[in-house]
Design a protein around this ligand. Structure first.
Ligand SMILES: [Fe+2]
Ligand SMILES: [Fe+2]
Length: 321
């Protein structure tokens, strides 16, 4: 008994220390949208918005270089919209979780409040980027999912599942940053900075998210955990639904603006590569991060892992992983 109390006290201390470290780093790397990221710049429409590793546009070998460029710019605009969307629910969830610390660990509370503040800032940054992208692109683009509808659908699922999806998202910003630093003189400098600065703050979020995911796990019984795995599978399915919808919309927009007629085989290929790119960007690049796999494995049973693996299999196969 005495040992158990000691263990839980030292666990709480180490959690507080990890939160304290997040606050310290968050203060040190804190950036401002105008002063550090945008710096009075506009987008250069002669450059790609997303690196090839994310956009997959080079797989469409029948496209001209300027068409690949435009397709990567459409994806950049969608990137800004998707982040504006997911950060809406992440901010709300973080605020909700912070309630557990209102009258206890004030360090954890501060870390979670900072995280929420950063997500609000990120939403604003992505809204600005969307407007800047819109200013230089032909009319007709439309972003289909509604942030508040998606946020309420996500938040209706169990906290365990929401935190699992959130860790996937926060870790894939790291994978995206890695793609953005690959040598490529034709990638927009402004977009490179977006990947860099976003990732800097997301690194702390991923640590906090992991702490909270594990804490939530401890609170659940076996039945609740099994239901939570089902919820996580459904959430990934919902994200897949969103990227299917948007990849179709973006393929139509691209075809409408391209100024030439594509064969039906080419149209199908464009749609397919867009879906593949979005599945890579918004699902697979996160779930394949070693940290994600490690945390998930520690939380689920082998049969649950198998269920998750089965649900992901068609998406992984499409992306070629
Ligand atoms: Fe963010
Ligand atoms: Fe985040």
């Amino acid at each position: 008994m005495h040992q158990a109390v000691q263990n839980s006290t030292s666990q709480a201390t180490s959690t507080t220390q990890r939160y304290a470290k997040c606050i310290e780093v968050s203060k040190r790397i804190r950036w401002d949208i105008d002063r550090d990221v945008i710096r009075g710049r506009q987008f250069d429409f002669g450059k790609k918005f997303l690196p090839d590793g994310l956009s997959k546009v080079t797989e469409l070998t029948f496209l001209q270089p300027d068409e690949m460029l435009f397709l990567s710019q459409i994806q950049g605009r969608t990137y800004a919209n998707i982040f504006g969307l997911v950060e809406r629910y992440i901010g709300a969830k973080t605020l909700e979780i912070s309630k557990d610390y209102w009258f206890s660990d004030q360090v954890a509370l501060e870390a979670l409040v900072r995280c929420t503040d950063e997500e609000l800032k990120h939403q604003e940054m992505f809204r600005r980027l969307e407007q800047m992208a819109a200013a230089g692109m032909p009319p007709g683009y439309s972003f289909k999912p509604q942030p508040n509808d998606v946020a309420s659908a996500v938040l209706s699922k169990s906290t365990w599942a929401v935190l699992g999806l959130t860790l996937d998202i926060e870790l894939f910003t790291q994978a995206h940053y890695r793609s953005s630093i690959e040598p490529d003189s034709n990638l927009s400098e402004l977009w490179r900075d977006v990947f860099l600065f976003h990732w800097k703050e997301e690194s702390q979020h991923a640590i906090m998210d992991e702490i909270e995911w594990k804490r939530e796990h401890e609170r659940l019984n076996e039945m609740q955990r099994d239901q939570a795995v089902t919820d996580l599978i459904e959430l990934v399915g919902a994200v897949d639904g969103i990227v299917q919808l948007q990849s179709n919309a973006d393929a139509d927009y691209f075809a409408a603006c391209a100024g030439r007629k594509f064969s039906s085989a080419e149209e199908i290929a464009i749609q397919d590569v867009l879906l593949k790119a979005y599945r890579w960007q918004y699902i697979v690049s996160g779930v394949q991060e070693p940290r994600f796999v490690e945390v998930l494995k520690a939380l689920v049973t082998p049969p649950q892992m198998e269920r998750i693996g089965k649900a992901l299999a068609p998406i992984l196969a499409h992306v070629g992983q």
